[in-house]
Design a binder for this molecule. Structure first.
Ligand SMILES: NC(=O)c1ccc[n+]([C@@H]2O[C@H](COP(=O)([O-])OP(=O)(O)OC[C@H]3O[C@@H](n4cnc5c(N)ncnc54)[C@H](O)[C@@H]3O)[C@@H](O)[C@H]2O)c1
Length: 380
């Protein structure tokens, strides 16, 4: 009999959608990959005792608390996994780092660049393992896209194009919640756009400057507590032009007001030798057109990003069966646990802060109707 790997304790902060996704990730990770440690879901925190108790039972977490500080302080918690709204992240990261815990924080790292920078500085000072939850990097087709660009499949990248369209804000009768409050939920540029900015910088390289337009179509929403209507200070739809440091050009569009669009994101690169296109609704596929193809087969070919030679694919099902959204969280947990205790974890909070700087540059560009350099945000 082989000995079981040692256990490490995980504390989950927040029990909403991401609390569910992250606990699922830890539960399944040891089944898809041989890991040096076995994660134990020790505790989950939430402000509503009855709801967090229900979540603990449903997600297979051993205990629950109503104060996140109590989760961080526990000796049996080694990893603090933060799944609360963006405006709460920096304070929780700082407390976890000070307690010497490894930190995984959901995106966007914060609701503004100064807080994101403070969070990244806190983990650097404490010397703890840390990562930001850019889970889409860990879908096989997206990771394959990055590998193919790095291997020169499209030649020199000239254009980048990214869209994220959802209908979550279409209905003006949806009452006010944290997503409509910039200080807590961040902008749509940061909330949806952070994933796309991360993918752009990961696949193409650093963005140098941006120009943006933003709009909010429903300016106030009903107060769920019955008080006067609350003002919405979050953009509902934004689009940006960008220039990469390499000279490549790009566009981004993020919008939560697109009828019948549930969570549709696409990314595309056009290079001197080819094009790669990913469409999240068909997440097991990557489209590739090469300038070197025979003219008789002109067009884009559909790569099934499930071959064992493709990133992550060998951990999963036989080719043709496909993977889904939850897979990205399992891969994320497995990547981190595999590197316990020495790391490094990727992408780290410094990457999260850099992405936040690009998002803040986009917000400034929209407010001031001008091109904004990322270096201006980074230098304060
Ligand atoms: N990576 C992804 O695919 C993905 C998807 C959705 C959300 N997110 C991110 O995950 C984080 C959490 O989002 P979610 O969809 O799980 O949210 P959610 O509303 O489903 O859950 C939020 C959790 O945070 C707690 N919380 C703590 N302080 C709060 C406050 N002041 N106001 C409201 N809730 C508070 C809530 O009790 C709840 O447990 C956000 O940063 C969001 O941007 C990431």
């Amino acid at each position: 009999m082989t000995a079981s790997p040692p256990e490490i304790g995980v504390g989950i902060i927040g029990y909403g959608l991401m609390g569910k996704a992250h606990t699922y990730g830890y539960a399944v990770a040891p089944r898809i990959r041989e890991l040096p440690v076995c994660p134990r879901l020790r505790v989950i925190s939430g402000r509503d005792a009855a709801a967090v108790e229900r979540a603990a039972r449903a997600y297979g977490v051993e205990d629950w608390v109503t104060d996140w500080r109590a989760a961080i302080e526990r000796d049996d918690v080694d990893v603090v996994d933060i799944c609360t709204p963006p405006g709460t992240h920096a304070e929780i990261v700082a407390a976890a780092a000070q307690a010497g815990k490894a930190v995984l924080c959901e995106k966007p790292l914060a609701a503004d660049y100064a807080s994101a920078r403070a969070a990244a500085d806190a983990v650097a000072r404490a010397g703890v393992l840390n990562a930001v939850g850019f889970n889409y990097r860990r879908l096989p087709a997206v990771a394959l896209m990055r590998r193919m660009v790095a291997d020169g499949a499209v030649g020199e990248v000239r254009l980048w194009r990214a869209t994220w369209l959802s209908d979550e804000f279409c209905d003006p009768d949806i009452p006010f919640d944290w997503r409509f409050e910039r200080a807590l939920g961040a902008t749509t540029i940061a909330d949806l756009g952070a994933h796309l900015v991360d993918l752009a910088e990961w696949i193409v390289g650093e963005i140098a400057e941006v120009a943006t337009q933003s709009e909010t179509f429903t300016g106030e929403r009903a107060d769920p507590a019955g008080g006067p209507a609350r003002a919405v200070d979050v953009d509902e739809a934004s689009s940006a032009l960008v220039r990469f440091a390499s000279g490549a050009r790009g566009t981004f569009e993020v919008a939560r007001t697109c009828m019948r669009r549930p969570c549709d994101f696409t990314v595309e690169v056009n290079g001197t030798d080819g094009t790669l296109h990913f469409d999240y609704a068909r997440l097991n596929e990557l489209w590739f057109g090469s300038a070197h193809d025979d003219a008789a087969t002109y067009g884009m070919r559909r790569i099934r990003a499930e071959h064992p030679s493709h990133p992550y694919a060998a951990d999963w099902w036989p080719i043709g069966q496909g993977v889904g959204y939850g897979t990205s969280f399992v891969n994320q947990a497995a990547d981190h646990l595999e590197r316990w205790p020495d790391g490094p974890w990727e992408p780290d909070l410094a990457v999260g802060a850099r992405v936040q700087a690009v998002c803040e540059a986009m917000e400034r560009a929209a407010a001031e109707r001008r091109w904004v350099s990322i270096s201006d945000v980074l230098s304060g």
